[in-house]
Ligand binder design. Structure first.
Ligand code: F6R
Length: 368
């Protein structure tokens, strides 16, 4: 049942190329247009949407943070991302022109369920991104995008997260198609890039052993920081969450640009800092990230950098360098999170922890 793996979590990490491919399957009509089976919102409904609010918890919330970058960039529709547990209590501004997107792997998370119930009382449209057919959240939503990852048994979400990202990209592109904010060719091009992602994820998994060796040198580590920018920021947060929940090691993710506003005070000799380096591009994102890495290293941090193939500018500042395939910045989370999952899984198991059932955690959290 674990396909020769020692833990469900590891099996599920290695299933990710297949899960992402399944998640993309059957999403296009013969003439190349995106179609989403259980969309159930008409084109007019979608054209009417002037604000999107994404609500979710934990790992699903981080998928929502990535979605914000993609949806705003491709559709020019403003997006807010909110923790489901906070949503109702701030008296959010909602009406029929608001699309609330609930992201939940299990479809049973009580905080998320209560949030969508509230949204519906305010006449907002609700779309669920969910992995579990027939679960409560999709049943109570106007529309659903199922992620098709297959059952996720390990308590820590892995393939659930990657397929949520895929569903978010598809939603963004679908809204762009309906609203006409992107040309058809451009949408097709991005879908092609998405279709290449399973191979890229498989490439990252091929170097698992290198990441495992690295993880095993961190058995006595007390604290690890994770840095990212743009779509790499939620990746940093998710990498830190994985380490906390599996290895019970203190871990924090930061937006690299925020370092100088406080967290840099935490840096001390030998502190491991995992850095998600954005692809080299036209904007200053990459350069700014490098200068952040330089700063923590100058203060004694041990930098472990995830950077794309061919990026030589990072070499002088990386104590350890893990290569990622070259992909567009918005899609980079699909490959960048994988070494961080492997790192947390291996470190935790080497410490003797049960990664399928970490202490104090449950797979679906049905109490608020
Ligand atoms: C982390 C993890 C949790 C869940 C969160 C939401 O690995 O699994 O943070 O992501 O409890 O669960 P769903 O997506 O089922 O609503």
């Amino acid at each position: 049942e674990k396909d020769g793996h020692d833990w469900f979590m590891r099996k599920e990490i290695f299933e990710q190329p297949r899960a992402v491919a399944d998640s993309l399957l059957g999403r296009r009509t013969a003439d190349g247009l995106l179609q989403l089976d259980e969309m159930r919102l008409s084109d007019d409904d979608i054209r009417e949407v002037d604000k999107i609010i994404i609500i979710a918890c934990g790992t699903s919330f981080y998928a929502g943070m990535v979605a914000k970058y993609a949806i705003e960039h491709w559709t020019r529709t403003p997006v807010e991302v909110e923790l489901a547990s906070e949503f109702r209590y701030r008296d959010p501004i909602l009406d029929y022109s608001t699309l609330v997107v609930a992201i939940s792997q299990s479809g049973e998370t009580a905080d998320t369920l209560q949030a969508i119930r509230h949204a519906r009382t305010q006449r907002s449209k609700v779309l669920a991104i969910c992995n579990t057919n027939g679960s409560t959240i999709p049943r109570e939503s106007d529309a659903v995008i199922y992620t098709h990852a297959g059952p996720e048994i390990g308590v820590a979400s892995t393939k659930g997260f990657l397929t949520q990202l895929v569903a978010c990209y598809l939603l963004a592109l679908y809204v762009a198609q309906v609203k006409g904010t992107r040309y058809g060719d451009e949408i097709t091009e991005i879908i092609h890039q998405l279709e290449e992602m399973p191979d890229h994820i498989a490439t990252v998994l091929e170097s698992a052993e290198t990441v495992y060796e690295l993880a095993r040198t961190h058995l006595n580590t007390k604290s690890v920081l994770f840095l990212g920018r743009h779509a790499g920021y939620p990746v940093a947060l998710e990498g830190a969450l994985k380490l906390k929940e599996l290895a019970y090691i203190h871990a924090e993710g930061f937006a690299a640009g925020e370092l100088k506003h406080g967290p840099i005070a935490l840096i001390e000799e030998g502190l491991p800092v995992l850095c998600v380096v954005p692809p080299q591009g036209r904007d200053q994102l990459h350069e700014k990230m490098i200068s952040g890495i330089q700063e923590v290293r100058a203060r004694g941090a041990r930098t472990i950098c995830l950077a794309e193939e061919g990026d030589t500018s990072i070499e002088p500042y990386a104590d350890v360098l893990i290569r990622l395939p070259r992909v567009p910045v918005l899609l980079q989370p699909l490959v960048a999170i994988v070494p961080l999952q492997l790192f947390a899984c291996e470190l935790a198991t080497a410490m003797g922890h049960d990664v399928d059932q970490p202490r104090n955690l449950a797979k679906s959290v049905t109490v608020e």
